[in-house]
Design a protein around this ligand. Structure first.
Ligand code: ADP
Ligand code: MG
Length: 395
């Protein structure tokens, strides 16, 4: 079990200055936040600390200013959205200014990446930031795969705790792949094998069922001698795919490849040449754009035998109907099994979250991670520096 301290271990913080690393890297258009998911994720920790009487100093990065003060990337722009979500006044500490808060007040410190020391994890910047606070709370799992001053360095010089969002994420991930209940199924889909080689290699040693869909399934089918026509396929990786299949075999992991697929000659919504066929019947001028209904039914039966599911990557080109059908159907099965209490379901990945929202089931999974890079690195079995630093601080 991962060991880290949480806000429950933090004693009386009244009057103390708490540096809280949040993820405020929100999408913006015309000076407005267009999706406040990350702002809302920050809410429980920030409000709890404020209500416990701390002076809450929020640290975050915004965009890629590359170590210089660039107003286009000023966190000042995010303050109104944060204040609206929290329902509290939030002040802003511009570069070079010193925070001046009363107990229970909240401020956002300017973009940590304005200083080149952030990404360099520079001891001088770490000391400078540490001098502003008595305690460090890391609540930004999505930035934990970076060893930066505000995501890793601070945990070595101040008493360090996981915030509520970080805690929830780590507990969910631990349940899914750390100490999961078996049988465990993993769904890995998406466009390319090449972007998820390390994920596949790690999972074959961890899970009982590896379900491969999406464009990457084509590479595995090709490795098995199937003609995939004009499908997205990385022919130079068929040998690698073979190695993964062999490793799965050795580890006792059952790999599920589709035996029927949805194909068409053109990539468009509801194309005239749309048809469903056995994987061995794909014509030379056709593309595989989704896995077929028979495959989905078989996979649903697999999930019914499992206690844990971890999912990254859509099963088809879900943005274009009807190539969303398999992803939507299997996601709904997973949601139903989760609702019945027979499955713990954890999913993550940018397009995966979009696909689950599209299927209308994101809130019926046990946990959905909105962390992109950090979630994938965790699925690769890597130690995330920000998390490792919290663990080290708890020893
Ligand atoms: P995530 O962001 O969740 O990690 P990826 O970025 O790896 O997922 O993959 C998502 C993309 O894969 C989607 O844009 C989807 O259209 C594409 N995709 C899935 N299946 C296919 C397929 N059979 N052919 C082409 N593209 C596909
Ligand atoms: Mg993606």
């Amino acid at each position: 079990m991962t060991k880290f301290k949480t806000l429950d271990d933090l004693g009386d913080v009244r009057g103390k200055a708490v540096l809280v690393r949040e993820d405020l890297n929100v999408p913006m258009a015309d000076g407005r936040v267009t999706d406040d998911t990350r702002v809302r994720a920050a809410m429980p920790t920030v409000l709890e600390l404020a209500d416990r009487g701390a002076k809450v100093l929020i640290l975050a990065h915004f965009g890629r200013p590359k170590g210089t003060a660039d107003e286009r990337y000023s966190l000042r722009q995010v303050v109104p959205a944060l204040s609206a979500v929290l329902g509290r006044p939030v002040s802003f500490v511009a570069a070079g200014e010193q925070p001046d808060l009363a107990d229970g007040q909240i401020a956002v410190i300017e973009n940590t990446r304005f200083d080149p020391g952030e990404e360099a994890n520079d001891p001088a910047l770490i000391q400078k930031l540490a001098s502003l606070g008595d305690v460090y709370v890391n609540d930004a799992f999505s930035a934990a795969h970076r060893a930066h001053a505000s995501t890793e360095g601070l945990a070595h010089v101040l008493p360090a705790y996981a915030g509520r969002a970080m805690q929830a994420e780590l507990e969910a991930l631990e349940k899914a792949l750390g100490q999961p209940e078996h049988p465990v199924a993993a769904v890995v889909g998406g466009a390319k094998v090449s972007s998820k080689l390390d994920v596949l290699r790690h999972l074959v040693g961890k899970v009982d069922h590896l379900i491969i869909g999406g464009g990457m399934a084509n590479t595995f089918l090709a490795a098995r001698g199937v003609s995939v026509g004009k499908s997205l396929c990385e022919h130079d990786l068929t040998e690698t795919a073979e190695q993964i299949l062999t490793a799965a075999d050795a580890a006792g992991c059952t790999v599920h490849l589709p035996y029927d697929v949805v194909v068409s000659r053109e990539f468009a919504a509801n194309p005239p040449s749309l048809r469903t066929c056995n994987v061995h019947e794909v014509a030379a001028d056709e593309m595989i754009l989704d896995i077929g209904p028979a495959a989905v039914e078989a996979l649903a039966d697999v999930l019914k035998t499992c206690r844990t599911l971890v999912w990254n990557g859509p099963l088809g080109a879900f943005e274009t109907p009807p190539f969303d059908a398999a992803t939507v159907a299997l996601a709904r099965t997973a949601a139903a099994l989760t609702g019945e209490g027979s499955l713990v379901s954890v999913a993550g990945g940018g397009d995966t979250v979009a696909a689950l929202n599209h299927a209308g089931v994101a809130d019926r999974f046990s946990y959905v991670s909105t962390a992109g890079g950090a979630f994938l690195e965790w699925m690769e079995g890597k130690t995330l520096p920000g998390v490792a630093a919290l663990e080290a601080a708890s020893r």
